[in-house]
Design a protein around this ligand. Sequence first.
Ligand code: AKG
Length: 353
Amino acid sequence: MAPAATIHASDISSIKAFAESNDDAPIPSTYYSITEPRDDVAHELAASLPVIDLSLLNSEDLQLHSKAVQQLGKACQEWGFFMITNHGISEELMEDVMNKSHEFHNLPIEEKKEFVDKGPLAPIRYGTSFNPQAETVHYWRDYLKVITHPQFDFPHKPLGYKELAFEYSHKIRAVARNLLQGISESLGLEPDAIIESTGFDSGLQIFAVNLYPPCPQPDLALGMPPHSDHGLLTLLTQNGVGGLQVKHQGKWVKVDPLPKCLLVNIADQLEAVSNGRYKSVLHRAVLDNRDTRISVVLVNGPALDKDIGPAQSLLEKEKPLFKSMKYEDYFTLHQKSRPPQKSGLESMDGVRL
Ligand SMILES: O=C(O)CCC(=O)C(=O)O
């Protein structure tokens, strides 16, 4: 297929609308983003992705609890990524959120225009690609990003979406808080140490919904470039269409979620707090040529006004690897920068000491 004329993401307000009106036409060359061969995926590692049973982490049996803490620490250290089962969020709520999220993206483009992305701290942002203002290559996804904590805001359409999102974002914050307690313990800290030092209870939460329409040339483009997330913990679910890959030991590993599980990745602020012990994992989204993929992604971060750096008690025995930085400054820089090939902390000038 010959490439379509050069089209910039700034000329496309929705890749979903573009894909639907262009059928199987070749994709614009500005979306060519595969820089590594597609066969770099380590299929043999997919079965080793760690699974954490949250009910064991919360067990009153001390032996079961400490075994789960140990497994959690190992997953954070070796992978920066894991799945959680028995998290207590009902399958029905997860499905309802997924269906309403799809309905949102199915609204006519005119109805979504009022939410057009006006910058990282705007409460509701609808847009396309990864970071159209900074990037030279574009990505095959549309997004909705909403700040759901410390203030909850949400689109008033489709009907019922806001209420579901309120319940879901609240429950996901509780799971993230629970995990942070286990992660604190796994670092030898008091269970509430990370929650307190990061101001988690008034922390930023972003509810993001990515829609990746079928792409006629999925071997040439990506839905999301390799990147790490800016917060502490990101919790993700998808609509049954695969596409998430995480980088492990230099190779891409396809994530094949267990039924009803939540996918969790360690993000930059947790790498900083753990003084580099836990890795903010690089991940990307690959595309499908038949099915629409949707992911619902909740980023849970520190309070925006908190200085975040290595936990003080870890520094009694080791040197700091990262400079402390106000989360709001980190977040703003992260949102403005081009997709890095390294984690955010590694690619941002002056953060690593
Ligand atoms: O859709 C996915 O699986 C990845 C989403 C993601 O990485 C993000 O929203 O930051």
